[in-house]
Design a binder for this molecule. Sequence first.
Ligand code: DX5
Ligand code: ZN
Length: 239
Amino acid sequence: MPDIKQPDASIKIAPSILSADFARLGDEVTQVLDAGADWIHFDVMDNHYVPNLTIGPLVCEAIRPLTDAVIDVHLMVEPVDSLVEPFAKAGANIMTFHPEASRHPDRTLAMIRDHGCRAGLVLNPASSVHWLDHVMDKLDIVLLMSVNPGFGGQSFLEGTLDKIRQVRQRVDAHIAQGGQSIDIEVDGGIKIDNIGRVRQAGANAFVAGSAIFGQPDYKSVIDQMRAEIARVDADTRNA
Ligand code: DX5
Ligand code: ZN
């Protein structure tokens, strides 16, 4: 019987700094962590793989000294491999990439781990879960996009819920066969009113940009998100 008073350490709230005030980025990172965030989600866009241009290793290096928290680098770039070493040196802890953007996803995953980071694939709304089939042993995380990548502030695509369930089944089967544990993270359009359903479908890490940085009180949003997660977890336990 799990101790329900203990917070579940596998739950990760990962604010996307894409929606932060870039003129005050350091303060925003510190504030959102003080408000209870677990990871900093760092969206890298190259105006090639996605139609937007954001931040690179120099910005990662600049925020690294502010915190020991995990910096979760989401690479929306093509090609991928040439950015692995720069981001590892800049202090990234997790690197995820879109398999369509790498000529050799298996090699890219291994390269990320060789640089001391946790590695993962990102699946777009139209990308098949079969991308995971032959690389399960090289994954530390799977990131499921619940919007098309490129912009913050889009609406959550409901079809993601079924995909989360499919990935949860695959991950649980992998663990049952003695495999390593793999985080399931969801990114795009996550708000207080849908995070419970994302949790119920099987995710344990939750990216939220506009929902958190769009409100004046970050702690209030993060607390409400955790409360929603705890509520559906309690329902599941009592079912
Ligand atoms: C989209 C990015 C997301 C985005 C999330 O391409 O990967 O991380 O910033 O922002 P919201 O939560 O506003 O959808
Ligand atoms: Zn992202």
